[in-house]
Structures are given as structure tokens and as C-alpha cells.
Design a protein around this ligand. Structure first.
Ligand code: PDD
Length: 281
């Protein structure tokens, strides 16, 4: 596989980063994941806009323009022959000579930029879309700026492991009695014709898929209500689902051992998945 590192296209075994890189020492970096379907990037402008916001919130410099970034994405998709899969992009504050809590001088320390692809045949036809996901709830113990897409993913990763150990697929995180989001996705419930999801704030990542799906829901005459909901309300809802760039729309059929609705993927979640996949191509 060919990867991109600081201006060069290299075989993955030759792409090397310093041990002083601030992402390695301090998780001082941000990322984006963009899906590829039929060889095409899904919603690149949305991901580029959020990337710029993450950079500016952390006082990080963009190492290139968004047009150049798009070109790098396309080149990697081409050389690695990706029809279905993902492009991962990471920008970090770079590698000053020493470990120091103080940010290095941006005049002397260049950001590190890495892109690689992941080939995922069958991404759009995942069997989980038909069976639905089982979810556990866990306390949300992440930091308070979840709106910034940082590489600080230890707690979400632990959450996934807790779900796995419980024989489930993912965890929804709960803060002050209300669901914030999934470990790597936004969370929704459906009551009647209403799609309910937490409003945007620093408490959650502003999902690019979320924005698209809420727009499609409105266009499909569903109602959208942006408000907090609890695990108890979700267990008693008609349907539940999640969204993310890599899972699109994925139904949730069980929360903490309780079936949601009839325990099968709901028809609104299924419909939104269909619309999302149709409209994104
Ligand atoms: N995760 N919330 C969190 C905490 C996330 O990590 C993600 C994305 C989302 C959904 O955002 P979007 O629709 O823009 O992908 C919500 C990516 C896919 C990941 O970490 O792999």
C-alpha cells in the first residue's frame, strides 16, 4: 500500500515519523475519516470544513490547502485501487527536538501530515445493517472538547472493548443521565415520525453524516428534534440508530439487554440508510 507523509507518496514500510512527534507523546493531533464508495469520496467538503475547524480550535497550522488535500485523497484512492473503503488523514503539531508541554514554535516545527487508505470491500453492504447493533451504555469519561476531532481515542477504544466483552457491538456514552454519542458515531432514537438526537455543542462530535442524515430526514417528511435523551427513553423508543462516515446509518436493536421496538432494525433507520447511500453517490 502507498501512503502519504509530509509531501511524499511512499510504500507504507518506508513512512517513518519521529519518536518526538507530539501526537505520539501527547495525542496532539487531529484526524478525519472519509469513506470511499465506487471509488468516490463521500462528502469530502464536509470533512475538509470540520478539519479546518479542528485545526483552528487547537491553533494548528494546515500544511497544505484543502484543494491539495483533495488531490492527495484522490491520488491514494487511485494508486491503491480503492473502490470501497476509507481514507484516513491525520495532522499533528509535529516533532520538536524534545518533550515539552509548551507548544513548539510553528516557525521551526512543521506539522506532520499522514494519509493512508483502508480497503473495505462490502462496506456499503454490511450484514449488520440487516441484523442491527447491540449497544451497552457506559459513563462518558472523555475530555470536554469532543467537538474537536483529536486522536485522543483511548477512552472510546476502552468503551469498544467493554462492549465486546459484554458480547455487544458498541457503547453509547452517558453524561448527567443523557446519551452524548457512541464511541465513534452519533446516536439517535425514533419515536413515531420523529428522529431525536442530541443538539450540537462541545459535548459531541459534529458528525458530517449526522448533518446529511438530518437533512435527508427532513426532506423525507420525517420530523427532527435535537434534544437530549436518556438510555431509558431510548430503550422505550420505536427505533434507534447511529451514524458515522464508516457505518453510514446503522440500526440499533438492543440497549443494555433490552430490545428496542420489536428488536429488529426499524423501517425509518433502514430508509435513511438507503437514502444516504443513494444520495451520497
Ligand atoms: N468517527 N462521534 C464520534 C465520537 C466519532 O468518532 C465519529 C466519527 C462520529 C461521526 O462523525 P462522522 O459522521 O463525521 O464520521 C461521531 C470516525 C468514523 C472514526 O473515528 O473512525
Amino acid at each position: 500500500r502507498t501512503v502519504y507523509l509530509n509531501g511524499d507518496y511512499l510504500p507504507e514500510t518506508e513512512a517513518k515519523v519521529s519518536i518526538f512527534d507530539r501526537a505520539f507523546l501527547m495525542a496532539d493531533g487531529i484526524y478525519e475519516v472519509t469513506s470511499v464508495l465506487e471509488g468516490k469520496l463521500i462528502d469530502f467538503p464536509g470533512h475538509a470544513t470540520r478539519l479546518q475547524r479542528s485545526l483552528s480550535e487547537l491553533d494548528l497550522r494546515a500544511p497544505c490547502t484543502m484543494e491539495e488535500l483533495l488531490e492527495i485523497h484522490r491520488e491514494l484512492i487511485r494508486v491503491n485501487e480503492i473502490t470501497e473503503g476509507l481514507v484516513y488523514l491525520q495532522i499533528t503539531r509535529g516533532a520538536p527536538g524534545d518533550r515539552d508541554f509548551v507548544f513548539p514554535d510553528p516557525e521551526t516545527t512543521e506539522p506532520t501530515i499522514v494519509l493512508f487508505t483502508q480497503n473495505k470491500p462490502g462496506l456499503a453492504t454490511s450484514p449488520m445493517a440487516d441484523t442491527g447493533m447491540k449497544i451497552i451504555s457506559i459513563e462518558d469519561q472523555r475530555w470536554g472538547r469532543r467537538d474537536i476531532k483529536t486522536v485522543q481515542l483511548l477512552y472510546p477504544s476502552m468503551g469498544k472493548m467493554m462492549a465486546k466483552k459484554a458480547g455487544c457491538d458498541d457503547a453509547w456514552m452517558v453524561e448527567d443521565g443523557f446519551v452524548t454519542e457512541g464511541t465513534s458515531n452519533n446516536a439517535y432514537i425514533v419515536k413515531g415520525n420523529k428522529i431525536i438526537t442530541r443538539a450540537l455543542s462541545n459535548d459531541i462530535l459534529h458528525g458530517i453524516t449526522r448533518a446529511a442524515v438530518l437533512r435527508f430526514a427532513t426532506e423525507a417528511q420525517m420530523e427532527v428534534e435535537e434534544r437530549n435523551f436518556s438510555i431509558e427513553e431510548a430503550q422505550g423508543a420505536d427505533e434507534a440508530f447511529i451514524t458515522s462516515a464508516s457505518a453510514f446509518v446503522m440500526p440499533v436493536v438492543e440497549i443494555d439487554g433490552t430490545a428496542v421496538g420489536d428488536g429488529k432494525p426499524g423501517h425509518r433507520a433502514k430508509r435513511l440508510r438507503e437514502i444516504y447511500l443513494e444520495e451520497s453517490l
